[in-house]
Design a protein around this ligand. Structure first.
Ligand code: AHR
Length: 658
């Protein structure tokens, strides 16, 4: 008998709550500026991990082109009816050429093409595109002409996909270079490369090279156009380079040394890549750093896409997870000199020694380097001692260059506390924080910087990524749960742009058959590239960076997870627009009215939305834009907008102001 009234009461309470929930208002005041956004705020982190450089963005298609890998013929096989013992020899001219000592000597008695050849498997096969031209080149020397070279791409059945012929000239036994281009007649993801010999004679070969014709800006020997385009599309504020642990090396002998990465590519001494053996479950014995993408190309790339270069240098410490070798303090001078010389290489007048090298390489104008990192993930008093010496030398010569200092590997704990406290006492310009953490950590830490000292050292969130399973585990996925958590966390970076001056997701690239570390922002195979949900989150922040952070509150409070909602707002002075980012991290739809005070809005704006009801959703080569931004028009009413925030959604509202 009492049943009916109870139901009515329950319903009444429910609808009252519902009305109250629907009435929640987010108040934005574009006239209340709380911080300025640095122009370089959202950048990218590049490291040669996961075949990011060799086999990746560096477009060379021939693996072990100069026979310098540990096994000189790694990546190569030999074949032919006329192949006899001693016909193919590896010679070493170490006394004359320490950087590129080995070359191949071919003694040919091949009557026909088909009698003797060498075949290269490429990095993970060779991607070939129908209609595209391929540039084959080789260094050779001979005492008399006689051996013709047939370069060809073939598929797995041996079908020729394109070929070119060289008739090496000269008999002076001096090294020369010849090249030929040819067009491919088919698209094949995993082709290989044959070099056939025809004729009788002896010829020495080195730097056997093949590049696709669609490199970035069509530069010969350049970078993979589609991979660079993905970066250019983000309009990143900076490029951190070359890492990452690769800066440190497993030991000091394999640390990154920028001076060995400039000048002619044939003189750049390759080294084994430190990620070659790092993970036992993913050995990569054929992973080397040829430095075809060296420091000149890095500066040029940064300039091309309008990003500030942010080089990170070794501070006299090898990776502390590996050998942890230290350079004695009284022997640190060459390391410091490397840092000073890099500034000269980037910015120096062409009359200076390193400025001249830059000019000779084709760039007389300076690259306008403004900042530099000393050390990657280094920690402990040993780091502080070495950093102090670097800082003194660099600041006395180049006070205008901002220095980025390491806070170690983790965003908390004893190591972090020691460095964070000490670096702030030392008045560090910028402190580099890294966090590879769970999606939950990112949600909980959206307020991390709210109480940081606004007048002290600035923060560079230099490496971060939500890990779906656990740090660097091979089962991690670039799932929407991670991208969404990063988007929510980034509201805190944006809100505190007076503390956080720069941020970059890490790592950047991964080759589908050649990765060591996951998750990664952009995945590639030999022909294609796709951005993960994390890529689109980064891109959206960068494209909607704005110039000034403005006040955004709900019930007078910052929006940092109440009802699973996160929000931040900026204005863009150039276009006079308001940009509001709102993330709904709950499984239910949520409504919010955005009310704008202090400025008049135009009658309509735009909503950019990333959403998926499945937190495990990912992008893939076959569904590359499964999770990607979609745009729609938004009507402005009463100087605000009514937002229906879909479950698990990242929403960007952009409205012109009057
Ligand atoms: O991004 C991958 C690695 O993670 C970096 O090389 C290192 O700095 C960090 O530990």
């Amino acid at each position: 008998m009492n049943f009916k009234p109870i139901v009515i009461t329950a319903l009444a309470v429910f609808s009252l709550l519902n009305v109250r929930a629907q009435k929640k208002i987010i108040t934005v005041n574009p006239s209340q500026i709380t911080a300025q956004v640095q122009p370089e705020m959202w950048g990218v982190f590049f490291e040669d991990i996961n075949m990011g450089a060799d086999g990746g963005i560096y477009a060379e298609l021939i693996k072990n082109r100069s026979f310098e890998f540990a096994a000189p013929l790694m990546g190569w096989t030999t074949q032919g009816t006329q192949l006899k013992e001693g016909d193919l020899l590896i010679l070493n001219r170490q006394e004359k050429d320490v950087n590129n000592p080995r070359f191949l000597r071919v003694k040919s008695t091949a009557v026909n093409k088909g009698d003797l050849s060498i075949t290269n498997e490429g990095f993970k096969g060779i991607g070939v595109k129908k209609g595209l031209s391929y540039d084959f080149s080789v260094f050779y020397r001979q005492t008399s002409p006689g051996v013709k070279l047939h370069a060809e791409l073939i598929d797995s059945t041996g079908k020729v996909l394109g070929s070119g012929v060289l008739n090496p000239e000269g008999s002076d036994n001096q090294w020369k270079r010849q090249s030929v281009s040819f067009i491919a007649n088919e698209t094949v993801e995993k082709a290989s490369f044959n070099l056939w010999f025809e004729g009788t004679g002896q010829i020495d070969l080195d730097m056997i090279s093949l590049f696709p014709g669609d490199t970035w800006k069509h530069r010969k020997g350049g970078l993979r156009g589609d991979m660079v385009q993905m970066l250019a599309d983000m309009r990143p504020g900076f490029i951190r380079f070359p890492g990452g642990c690769i800066v440190e090396g497993r030991d000091l002998s394999t640390r990154y040394q920028w001076k060995k990465t400039i000048g002619p590519v044939e003189d750049r001494k390759l080294i084994i890549n430190r990620w070659n053996t790092e993970f036992k479950h993913r050995p990569a014995p054929d992973y080397y750093q040829t430095f075809g993408l060296g420091f000149y190309e890095y500066f040029q790339l940064s300039e091309d896409i309008g990003a500030e270069p942010l080089p990170i240098l070794n501070c006299g410490m090898a990776c502390q997870f590996n050998t942890a070798e230290l350079v004695p303090l009284d022997e640190l001078e060459p390391y410091i000199q490397d840092a000073l010389d890099l500034i000269e290489f980037a910015n120096g007048n062409i009359t200076t020694p390193f400025g001249k090298i830059r000019a000779d390489m084709g760039h007389p104008a300076p690259f306008h380097l403004k900042m530099m990192g000393i050390g990657n993930e280094n920690w402990g008093p040993q780091y502080l001692e070495r950093l102090a010496l670097f800082t003194k030398a660099l600041k006395s010569r180049y006070p205008e260059i901002k220095l980025v200092n390491s806070s170690g590997t983790d965003p908390n704990g004893e190591r972090f506390d020691l460095l964070n406290t000490s670096l702030r006492k030392m008045k560090a310009d910028i402190i580099d924080e890294h966090y590879y953490r769970s999606p939950e950590w990112f949600l909980k830490n959206a307020n991390r910087y709210d109480n940081y000292d606004k007048n002290g050292s600035k923060v560079f969130a230099g490496e971060y990524a939500a890990q779906s399973v656990g740090i660097a585990l091979p089962t991690n996925r670039n799932a929407w749960q991670c991208g969404m958590a990063e988007a929510a966390f980034m509201t805190g970076l944006e809100r505190n742009a007076d503390v956080v001056h720069m941020a970059s997701y890490a790592p950047l690239f991964a080759q589908i058959d050649g990765w060591q570390w996951t998750p990664d922002m952009i995945w590639v195979d030999n022909l294609k590239v796709y951005g993960t949900p994390n890529y689109y989150v980064q891109k959206l922040y960068s494209l909607n960076k704005g110039t000034d952070v403005v006040s955004i509150l709900e019930d007078g409070k910052l929006i940092e997870g109440q009802d699973s909602i996160y929000a931040s707002a900026v204005i863009e002075r150039k276009t006079n627009e308001l940009i509001v980012k709102v993330i709904n991290t709950s499984s239910s739809p949520v409504t919010r009215d955005i009310k704008v005070d202090g400025k008049k809005l135009a009658s309509k704006g735009k909503l950019t939305l990333m959403q998926n009801a499945n937190l495990n959703a990912v992008n893939s080569f076959s569904n590359a834009i499964n999770l990607s931004p979609k745009e729609q028009t938004l009507a402005v009413k009463n100087n605000g907008v009514a937002l229906s925030l879909q479950p698990y959604s990242f929403n960007i509202v952009r409205i012109p102001m009057k």
